[in-house]
Design a protein around this ligand. Structure first.
Ligand SMILES: Nc1nc2c(ncn2[C@@H]2O[C@H](COP(=O)(O)OP(=O)(O)O)[C@@H](O)[C@H]2O)c(=O)[nH]1
Ligand SMILES: [Mg+2]
Length: 310
């Protein structure tokens, strides 16, 4: 008998995911049963029963549910064997929060409601930290514009992480690696604009830059501009003018403050900010939806893969 532990906050969707998982496992001939543990009350047993899933419910009452679970595991395991289960799934809200209802060497799943707020991962603690698999639920309820949400403020010393994040979402680590192979070095947006489509281009085949700068390159021969299509993007566009070379930014400015530029900026949640202060206020939503962990992950990948310029 194999065992899997499922954990996640109240009403995040654990039972819903387990019912679907068990149905698939049962279809493939693996008899799957569920042990549901709660603290005060649960009617999940009736949901499992209605779905035809063998289950047992435990209520920890006054005892911390994670400790209750830790001491009950042998009994739960015994129940699974008695019921001749091939797969035993345990469901717990992990109410304690300090510990996790996961067991070393047993695959652990954490379910997260994508509407739970930006600080939910941090609050979820060890349930999430020790998980082998993370399932995100309720994406269907998120505003379509923010699905696969990518809201970022760029970080210094790295290319705009917008496209890498998009690659990561779609193709995982390999996607970011492949992208980095095509970016041999990293230069500021203003230098990359200068070299795009030129034979003496000292940089790579692909440039990653803020979307608004990329727009400037649309007019260039031999340059194909691809903007991530899904997800909301936030990237402040900052440009500086060198004394005596003010005219070099005129094309950028003309675009930034043209109707099309403003529209691109607001639809993608960006703010062009010149040295006189911002021109379009950034959408408040983006300020509260910075995906720091993802930015850190991708930024670490960029640093690693771009350092290895091969
Ligand atoms: N729209 C939507 N509702 C969901 C999703 N997952 C769960 N729910 C609903 O959220 C509520 C709580 O789900 P449940 O599986 O009981 O959560 P649990 O307490 O973590 O076991 C139920 O009404 C579900 O139908 C989802 O992906 N989309
Ligand atoms: Mg449940």
């Amino acid at each position: 008998m194999k065992m899997l532990t499922f954990a996640g906050a109240h009403a995040c969707g654990k039972t819903s995911v387990i019912i679907k998982t068990a149905a698939i496992l049962n279809e493939t001939g693996l008899k799957t049963g569920v042990m549901k543990l709660d603290c005060i009350f649960s009617d999940d047993d009736s949901l499992y029963r209605a779905a035809g899933i063998t289950n047992i419910k435990m209520i920890s009452g006054n005892v911390c549910p994670d400790h209750f679970f830790a001491v009950s595991v042998p009994q739960v395991f015994e129940w699974g064997l008695e019921n001749r289960l091939d797969v035993l799934i345990t469901e717990s809200a992990g109410l304690c929060g300090r510990c996790a209802p996961h067991i070393r060497d047993i695959p652990a799943v954490c379910v997260i409601d994508c509407l739970a707020g930006i600080s939910a991962p941090a609050k979820t603690g060890p349930m999430l930290r020790y998980a082998d698999h993370i399932i995100i639920t309720k994406a269907d309820l998120a505003r379509p514009a923010y699905r696969d949400l990518v809201c970022l403020i760029g970080s210094g010393g790295l290319p705009d992480p917008m496209l890498p994040i998009y690659m990561y979402h779609r193709h995982g680590r390999e996607g970011v690696k492949a992208l980095c192979r095509n970016i041999r070095t990293v230069a500021g947006p203003s230098s990359t604009i200068r070299y795009i489509g030129k034979e003496q281009n000292p940089y790579g085949a692909i440039f990653v830059m803020p979307a608004l700068f990329a727009e400037i390159c649309r007019g260039k021969q031999n340059a194909r501009v691809i903007l991530p299509e899904s997800g909301a993007l936030a990237e402040p566009v900052i440009y500086m003018k060198k004394a005596g070379e003010e005219n070099t930014t005129s094309r950028i400015e003309a675009f930034l403050f043209s109707g099309r530029g403003m529209q691109t900026a607001s639809s993608r949640m960006m703010t062009p900010a010149d040295d006189h202060g911002g021109a379009i206020p950034i959408d408040r939503f983006c300020r509260t939806h910075l995906l720091y962990p993802e930015l850190e992950t991708v930024a670490a990948m960029l640093k690693m893969y771009l350092a290895d310029k091969g």
